[in-house]
Design a protein around this ligand. Sequence first.
Ligand code: SAH
Length: 518
Amino acid sequence: MTTEDLESIKKRIGKVYLVGAGPGDPGLITIKGRNVLAKAEVIVYDYLANKKLLKYVPADAEFIYAGKKGGSKHTHTQAEINQMLIDHALAGKIVVRLKGGDPFIFGRGGEEIEELFDAGVPFEVVPGVTSATAAATYAGVPITHREYTSSVAFITGHEDPTKPNTNIAWDKISTGIGTLVFYMGIKNLPSISEKLIENGRDPKTPVLVVRWASTPEQRSVVGTLENIAALVKEKDIKPPALVVVGDVVKLRDKINWFENKPLFGKKILVTRTRDQASELVELLEEAGANCLEGATIALEPPENWDELDRGLAKMNHYQWLLFTSINAIKYFFQRLHEKGMDARDLKGPKIGVVGIATAEILLSYGIKADLLPREFTGEGLAESLIESGVSGGKIFLPRALDAREVLPESLREAGAEVDVAPVYRNVRPEGYEDVRQELEANQISVITFTSSSTVKNFLRMIDAKDEHELQKLLAGVKIAVIGPITAKTAIANGLEVHIQPQTYTIPALVDEIVSYYA
Ligand code: SAH
């Protein structure tokens, strides 16, 4: 083998980046970690790594969930994960292994790297903010403080302290260290606290337990070594949670900044049309809210283009070509261009649109509308056309698959021949089930609407059987709207409006929600 051969083999070997995702808040990943995500070709991520971070990964990467949720139900065994990392890297891929918190703190990151080393795979490690510091910080506790403690230990709570051959020196840590932080300690909390007391720690020592730290789902409980196990049971705190033992916990009364945010603990459903800026979500999260983004109706092309193609093939045959929505225009032209045609192929029929917005979009394709109705509705368009005399005329109407029938019907009644062609259809977006479930479980505090179409789309998406079911789903939910027009639409559709700002802007809407709960 020549040196050149060797070089080319080397080049084909990829690399594994072991990256700490941070504790939960996606803003707590490092800049380096984020940059590495952006060049991933394969991403293997854990249960504890916030899924929101996946948006930094190129969409064409291979996404592999290697979650390990609570012990038994492993999606992949550790051996399978190790092998997967090796195989993809040896196939020349940039592999990112994204793990919750810091990969080398109770994350088996060390084991994974050892395997890579043995297999000759190049690697790098990017540290992360570990959940111990984040949990304490986000629950208002500095894990060290000159007045209370000058040492801290991170301990696994996974080991059952009642087992004889424990690796933890309970006799030393119980009194030898100021702050003790236990990872994975919920199941064994009763025996952990007993063991600490048994070994000389004051039973009155304050203890903090934090679940899903640094996320909007964060919950915390404070007690003492004596009663914390009972409190955690009573409050039904489940993993993942951290246990912080020590006098520093007392400082929470002053420092509890995160849980004191005005909208902390409120789940807000933000309805929006696709691609809308996320300013609203950002500001609400800033105020501590837990935002659920209800994507509204999504659009897709029709099952087939047969009807449209037939119409396009005989454009000259029509006196009128009508557009009743912006989307109809967009999909129509997309198909026209796909077929190698352009605006010039539309000569022949006059073109009618439903309103200013459709007229403007049409103009952006180089075509000036011949008819704009006095009233910007399907009915208005029908009326104007009928006035101009359509009897015996031939009309082509590309539109949504499930559009209303008013327009073609009244034109036909007036004696016109109308060909309708579906050019797009409304589909329920992913996440629709989640939204319904959350509503059914009374988990949502507020729903925001920033335009009339978000109201209409939301109602279509929820698809309540009747008024009664709608009221049941929305019981206790506060409706927040951006301004009077949206309010009017909401009310007209049977919703009650609770929150509405004076000025019609996103920041004003957020302020109004905050003061509603103040
Ligand atoms: N490498 C991770 C720890 C993995 S061990 C890190 O550095 O944080 C898994 C344990 O971490 C969980 O059982 C829980 O005790 C803790 N943990 C991880 N994320 C957490 C979070 N957001 N809130 C509370 N505990 C968390």
